[in-house]
Design a protein around this ligand. Structure first.
Ligand SMILES: Nc1ncnc2c1ncn2[C@@H]1O[C@H](COP(=O)(O)OP(=O)(O)OP(=O)(O)O)[C@@H](O)[C@H]1O
Ligand SMILES: [Mg+2]
Length: 381
């Protein structure tokens, strides 16, 4: 068991590209930490430096209090599970799981109970004599997990381990991984670009972009209090709507005038930075679930009704995404609601903009600070 302390970590590749730009991150003992971010942001590079598979160009990594910069991968006592399971095709499930222990010089009497326990935990106990080719994708991924589990490492590192599986199996494996972590209580670092995996698996999520950390916090905090515009737009499906306009003070509150369109009242819980942010060149961020069809949903005190034209309706069964055109705004605005709130393309409908959980950003690029965070809110939690 071990915590992982990453300090001012830099990766400069031979071609001169800096893939990781001096990140600081503390992963607690027993924690399930998810690294998430768009393709190329440096997730795999960071994970490989923790594993020792990639040289560190600057900074320090300590595992369980020991600086490992110069420690060989095999001596770091951590296990890495990859997206492609990399099983030995000519070995049975038992042999695949036992192989690493055998290399360490363990006897069969020592190995057997470890493989038995791991295979029971992963529901592979009836598959031990099979070759990998006789297994399903999910079973193969479980063997890869089992191979890591039997070693009882201080930490597990996962690089998109479920991305080769279909949606149903992914759901099952998510459940198994979470159960496994609760049982083993081992530190886990998990790289993904799947939002659902990040939200459901992580005790905390680290959101990365172009080699830098944008926010570290529990999933619900990242969702409700995105630190900047990048995080606000990256976490959430469909993504948050961003509307350009001007912020003004009203009697006892604030209002946001969408450029060339309607004005909505701002009834936010957290808005202490707003008085300093009045003026034009502002961005209102509002999530699809905070818009609703006012023909079906009463307009709450925290909401403003505005007219919108329906462009496309995507029915997902229990809910639907409605793409709306509102005056003054070029891109469609997405509303998420019950699929019983019927509407059709071409129709003009009244829409509630509920701003309780909306956000305001200065229109200053992709990483503009969120001005609606609670007082004293920190980027890392
Ligand atoms: N060996 C290398 N030499 C030079 N640049 C590299 C090398 N490996 C990766 N990079 C670059 O470093 C950046 C980070 O790559 P990395 O693989 O860590 O991204 P990632 O976040 O894991 O992305 P993905 O989600 O696509 O797996 C990318 O721009 C990539 O092109
Ligand atoms: Mg990667």
């Amino acid at each position: 068991m071990a915590d992982i302390q990453i300090s001012k970590l830099v990766k400069l590749y031979d071609n001169g590209y800096t893939a990781v730009k001096g990140i600081n991150l503390h992963i607690n003992d027993h924690e399930f930490m998810v690294l998430v971010g768009p393709s190329g942001c440096g997730k795999t590079t960071t994970l490989r430096m923790i594993a020792g598979l990639e040289d560190i160009s600057g900074g320090e990594i300590a595992i369980g209090g020991r600086v490992v910069n110069a420690v060989e991968p095999k001596d770091r006592d951590i296990a890495m599970v990859f997206q492609n399971y990399a099983l030995y095709p000519h070995m049975t499930v038992y042999e695949n799981m036992a192989y690493g222990l055998k290399l360490r010089g363990m006897t069969k009497a020592e190995i057997d109970p470890k493989v038995a326990e791991a295979s029971r935990m992963l529901a592979l106990d009836n598959q031990l004599s099979k070759l990998p080719k006789a297994l399903s994708g999910g079973q193969r991924q479980r063997v890869a997990l089992g191979r890591a589990v039997v070693r009882q490492p201080k930490a597990f590192l996962f690089d998109e381990p479920l991305s080769n599986l279909d949606a149903k199996l992914r759901g099952e494996m998510r459940f198994e991984l979470k159960t496994l972590q609760q049982r083993l209580k081992t530190t886990m670092v998990y790289v993904t670009h799947d939002q659902i995996e990040a939200m459901t698996l992580g005790d905390r999520i680290t959101v990365m972009s172009v080699g830098e950390i944008q926010q570290v916090a529990p999933p619900t905090v990242v969702y409700d209090f995105p630190f900047n515009r990048f995080v606000a737009g990256f976490i959430g499906t469909p993504p948050m709507n961003f509307l350009a306009g001007a912020l003004s003070a009203t009697e006892g509150g604030f209002a946001f005038a969408i450029s060339g369109g309607a004005t909505v009242g701002l009834h936010m819980e957290h808005r202490q930075a707003l008085p300093g942010a009045l003026g034009a060149g502002r961005i209102l961020g509002i999530r699809p679930e905070n818009l609703s069809h006012a023909g079906f949903v009463p307009t709450a005190a925290s909401a403003t009704r505005i007219e919108a034209k329906v462009e496309v309706v995507e029915n997902m069964g229990d809910h639907q995404y409605v793409y709306l055109r509102i005056a003054g705004h070029d891109a469609p605005v997405v509303m998420k609601g019950s699929s019983h709130h019927r509407c059709a393309a071409g129709e003009t409908i009244p829409v509630n903009f509920d701003t309780t959980f909306a956000h305001v950003f200065i229109d200053g690029g992709d990483y503009a600070r969120n001005l609606t965070l609670p007082e004293g809110f920190a980027q890392q939690q």
